[in-house]
Ligand binder design. Structure first.
Ligand code: GAL
Length: 640
């Protein structure tokens, strides 16, 4: 096992432009006294940096950075491009993103720009260049953040006239001729052939479903626009600064290829709002949501920590950590005392370099006045304040400790998320959910997991590798699987589409060393499970697979459920429910030489290379294996 030494740090998000300047020095002193290292500023300040077109006012930012830096804090400087000021619309009246109905999204909040708009991109390049030249060598500016939360509020896929023109251009480059596009998409179907790229429209407002290949191309285009938009900023910053560049990604957002954006950056950060996510986006039973209402799901954050460690090629942060009730979820409960501490330690156990809380002081005005901070609007400490102080003390006493390479690898692929949104075939088929449920099962078995990008070329460090639902396996991954001696589990729905979203013939899954053909697939409503012969069940999705290889588990109606090919490659022919996952994975882990346990509901652990952490997400104390954890308890011990 390898582990790298890590300096773990804490920070906070701060908006000097929201407060009188007379308050900055005291705020900075209190942050430093709390044990914070980082303060992120600036990401929505464009209207105060450039109140009128080309009339700049950076003096206040000079003073803010100076005040924070002199208090001993390191500044993360955000580029302000997520919040273009109102005058920008007069300069670029066609810059607004458009929704699926083709309506422009209005001014009055944020993120209203279209990623494909060249004029807006030029203005972004201009403001980023001004910031990078002015602060690139400032000793207090120790990291950068590009924009803020790409994709927030459904803003990546835009159906604007600007996007249409850029899409046609993108298609011309990808396919070179309309004939090639027609062949790739299968446009002979329903007489959809195009004679020129200028005839191609956006895949919204069609009478019934558009061609899925058209939708997939549009999703790839939309993702590429984010990559290009981000690259413009990263390239400029790098010319003037050696400080690392981050972006703050989100939870359960798959609208663009995060690996591709991250290739131009140094650090993957993400914004962790455990209670908001549980209430707002987690697919779970009402009972589960009730049990974890003040703690958040025990695996949702961990999954993203592992995902963003992969996205950041090892370097990752939490840029925004929930400190109390938020304002944006259907319900916004108060965290159980101790959770602001537990969430931070779960992140550190997964290798986070920094955990920054959102935000320093709760704003008494505008959209987020109901969103807690570390301080109340009257500057008195809010409950999370003292928990952060505790984490700071604990960090000071803790030797620097990195993360370890896990022995289990789980592939996560953004294009597969687009594929199954484009053609789910069953109403509740969700790629994110399939991979996440696989992750939950592995974690309940006490395992630590690495997320693997879809072009991973070397699996040799892993004992067990899984790639459920990966629509098109890359050449790299296919040849790595061909060479791999450990246990692998592919399926359901793995490698069943070409890059252009057609069904390959010979029929899927076409995996090395596996003699199997998916002859028929079916999706099923939630109350129609498929029982397995030895107990357990598939839900939502099952495949009828013809095979000459060993059938390890069968369905009660006599079809293969788990097939073992030559060597250790397995194909799973359906979507197991939570208990069935545990039941199927235990023997596979054993074959892989991995020891498993079954952790009690709410207890989770993470092996961080020499140190094993246990976390109690339950609202009740838990006793397990000689350990006693209070509600929201965290324990770390030397790994036996
Ligand atoms: C994030 C965003 C922050 C703030 C926060 C509130 O999505 O990056 O600016 O709005 O949510 O929870």
């Amino acid at each position: 096992m390898t582990h790298t030494d890590l300096q773990r740090t804490l920070g906070v998000c701060y908006y000097p432009e929201h407060w009188p300047e007379s308050q900055w020095a005291e705020d900075a002193a209190r942050m430093a006294a709390l044990g914070l290292t980082w303060v992120r500023i600036g990401e929505f300040a464009w209207s105060r940096l450039e109140p009128q077109p080309d009339r700049l006012d950076f003096d206040w930012l000079d003073r803010a950075i100076d005040t924070l830096g002199k208090a001993g804090l390191k500044v993360v400087l955000g580029t302000p491009t997520a919040a273009p000021p109102r005058w920008m619309l007069d300069r670029h009246p066609d810059m607004l993103a458009h929704d699926r109905e083709g309506r422009p999204r209005g001014f009055g909040s944020r993120r209203h720009y279209d990623f494909a708009h060249q004029g807006y991109r030029r203005d972004c390049a201009r403001i980023v260049d001004l910031l990078a030249r002015r602060y690139g060598r400032n000793p207090h500016v120790a990291a950068w953040q590009t924009d803020n939360e790409y994709a927030c509020n459904d803003t990546v896929v835009s159906y604007s006239p600007v996007a249409l023109a850029a899409f046609r251009n993108w298609l011309a480059q990808r396919y070179q001729s309309p004939d090639a596009l027609n062949r790739a998409w299968g446009n002979v179907f329903w007489s959809m052939d195009y004679a020129s790229f200028d005839e191609v429209g956006l895949p919204n407002l069609t009478v019934c479903e558009p061609n899925p290949a058209h939708v997939m191309a549009f999703r790839r285009f939309a993702s590429d626009m984010v990559v290009e938009f981000n690259r413009v900023q990263a390239d400029i910053i790098r010319k003037h600064s050696d400080a690392p560049i981050a972006h703050n990604y989100m939870g359960q957002i798959t609208d663009f290829d995060h690996y591709a954006v991250a290739a131009d950056l140094d650090i993957a950060a993400w914004d962790a709002y455990p209670l908001g996510f549980l209430s707002d986006r987690l697919a779970a039973s009402a009972d589960h949501k009730r049990r974890f209402v003040r703690q958040g799901d025990p695996d949702f954050q961990a999954f993203h920590h592992d995902l963003y460690r992969a996205v950041g090629r090892g370097r990752w942060w939490i840029m925004e950590q929930q400190p109390g009730p938020v304002n944006w979820a259907p319900w916004n409960p108060d965290p159980l005392p101790g959770m602001a501490r537990l969430w931070a330690w779960e992140a550190f156990a997964h290798g986070a370099e920094a955990v920054c809380y959102f935000r320093w002081r709760q704003a008494p005005f505008a959209q987020e006045q109901m969103h807690a901070g570390l301080l109340r609007p009257d500057s008195a400490p809010a409950p999370a304040h003292d928990e952060v102080a505790q984490v700071a003390r604990e960090l000071a006493a803790m030797p620097n400790q990195g993360t370890a390479q896990a022995r289990v690898g789980l592939v996560f692929d953004y294009a597969s998320a687009w594929a199954w949104e484009t053609q789910p075939q069953g109403r509740d088929f969700s790629y994110f959910r399939l991979v996440f449920e696989t992750y939950v099962a592995l974690r309940r078995l006490g395992l630590s997991i690495d997320i693997l990008p879809p072009d991973t070329a070397d699996l040799s460090g892993y004992s067990l590798v899984l790639a459920p639902g990966a629509a098109t396996l890359s050449d790299n991954l296919l040849s790595a699987l061909g060479r791999y001696a450990g246990v692998s589990v592919l399926g359901p729905r793995t490698n069943c589409k070409t890059v252009e979203f057609a069904t390959p013939v010979p029929l899927p899954p076409n995996l090395p060393g596996l003699a199997a053909t998916v002859a028929r697939v079916e999706s099923l409503p939630p109350d129609v499970p498929v029982p397995l012969a030895g107990g357990g069940q598939f839900r939502a999705w099952r495949e009828k697979v013809e095979t000459g290889d060993a059938v390890v588990v069968a369905t009660a109606d006599g079809w293969p459920a788990l097939i073992r090919g030559q060597g250790n490659l397995h194909y799973l022919c359906g979507w197991p429910d939570a208990d069935t996952w545990l039941h199927l994975l235990r023997p596979l882990c054993k074959a892989a030489g991995l020891e498993t346990v079954t952790l009690p509901d709410g207890l989770r652990r993470r092996d961080a290379g020499g140190v094993t952490f246990h976390f109690n997400y339950g609202a009740e104390p838990v006793d397990w294996n000689g350990l006693h954890l209070p509600p929201a308890g965290v324990i770390w011990t030397a790994t036996p």
